[in-house]
Design a protein around this ligand. Structure first.
Ligand SMILES: [Zn+2]
Length: 420
């Protein structure tokens, strides 16, 4: 039994973030939260204590493992950035030794930033995905992960043969989906509709359904991309239509970006139960556009947040959450009339970072909640002390805007201390 002590931050719903000082959380030998309480003196050997806060670990629902050490390369529009940064970063992972080293650095980086759950893309090499899963298994990260799929319109060194790519994905899913007591999951990962033949997308959809796996891909990220999809699939209206046609719009699907979804597409995505991963830092860094989070949520779409490494430069998820607020605020100040455009609250983005993100990934019954029976994916942080002296209603906001990665003292995943 391990005990954590401090002020508890519980994002219970989009409009309900509860702060409880002088709390304790006990973790059982199975890695689950056994009980929570208040007012007890810190147990000897407890983690945290005075000045510490206990938070659910952060969920990063869209990022690319091979791009971990390619962050912050500025000045390139989306398509040039793929040629110059993304493809070479993936191509080097044809060497499994390189792939394993990048995976190790990636996990170290995630844990140092308080991210306990990722949904991440790999390179198009099965041996690299195998190495990455082995690293996740050993290091304790909670990961939904998959080899990226592309069999057309991509560089020769990354282009897969369709049947082989599906066979390799199937073998990886059979081995890793649900492994480590469900801490690992497989994601069939078609890169974009432009880089995949219909056969590859239909095959990925069928296998994902068979294994009950996640599907992750990109949608409506840039105007140029959306136009290219219309040219490639003249019988269909847009990329949402393409995904619907090939069976990739499902409640197990994560659509990255979704900047240019119109109202009809929002309805289509919401009705299918598909989640959109909002990547506000990347949408700005690559000058793709400003996603209208409020419109997406109002349409009933399930939403998580993603760092979109390395399209986004910052792996620290509270910064991504702040950018979600700033993007909504930018849309608001440019809207006419200005007063009609709401901005989400800090409580809502705390929820997106934790419980809401977990729910979008289909993990809502396992993590994201600090309550008995949930798996203990928890952070102990030591923020600036004045935050605890503010009126309680101001504390979640101040914590969101000022917390730093170097204030993370302990990271627990499934009850195991994994860092930093
Ligand atoms: Zn991406």
């Amino acid at each position: 039994m391990q005990t954590l002590c401090g002020t508890l931050l519980e994002p219970r719903a989009a409009d309900d973030c509860v702060v409880t000082p002088s709390s304790t959380v006990r973790i059982d030998a199975d890695g689950r939260i056994a009980e929570t309480g208040t007012g007890r003196p810190p147990a000897k050997g407890a983690f945290g204590g005075d000045g510490c806060w206990i938070l659910p670990g952060f969920v990063d629902a869209h990022l690319h493992l091979p791009q971990w050490d390619r962050r912050g390369i500025d000045g390139l529009p989306l398509f040039d950035w793929h040629e110059t940064v993304v493809y070479p970063a993936e191509a080097r992972c044809a060497d499994p030794i390189v792939a394993e080293r990048v995976a190790e650095d990636f996990v170290t980086g995630m844990i140092a930033n308080g991210t306990t759950t990722v949904a991440a893309f790999g390179s198009p090499f099965a041996a690299a995905a195998e190495r990455a899963f082995s690293v996740f298994a050993r290091r304790g990260l909670r990961a939904i992960f998959g080899m990226i799929l592309n069999d057309v319109n991509c560089p020769a060194e990354l282009c897969q043969e369709t049947d082989r790519a599906l066979d390799e994905s199937r073998a990886l899913a059979a081995k890793w989906h649900g492994a480590e007591h469900g801490r690992l999951g497989y994601a069939f990962s078609p890169r974009t509709p432009l880089c995949c033949t219909e056969k590859l997308m239909r095959g990925a959809a069928a296998l994902a359904e068979m294994f009950n796996c996640t599907v992750q891909t990109h949608v409506a990220e840039s105007q140029a991309g959306a136009a290219a999809v219309r040219e490639s699939f003249p019988d269909l209206i847009d990329d949402v239509d393409v995904f619907a046609e090939v069976g990739l719009l499902t409640p197990r699907t994560l659509l990255g970006h979704g900047v240019f979804l119109n109202q009809q597409q929002r309805r289509q995505v919401a009705e299918s139960g598909t989640a959109v991963v909002h990547c506000p830092t990347a949408n700005l860094f690559l000058e793709s556009g400003l996603m209208d989070y409020v419109a997406h949520r109002s349409a009933g779409i399930r939403i998580a947040l993603g760092s979109s490494i390395a399209g986004g430069h910052d792996p620290f998820m509270p910064h991504v959450a702040v950018e979600c607020l700033q993007t909504a605020r930018t849309l608001k100040v440019h809207a006419i009339p200005r007063g009609l455009h709401p901005v989400p609250t800090p409580a809502e983005v705390w929820w997106l970072l934790t419980r809401g993100g977990a729910e979008a990934l289909g993990l809502g019954t396992r993590v994201g909640v600090i309550a008995a029976g949930f798996e203990a994916d928890l952070l102990v942080v030591r923020p600036e002390p004045w935050i605890g002296e503010l009126p309680p209603a101001q504390q979640p906001s101040a914590l969101l805007y000022t917390l730093r990665p170097d204030q993370i003292e302990h990271v627990f995943i499934r009850g195991q201390r994994v860092g930093p």
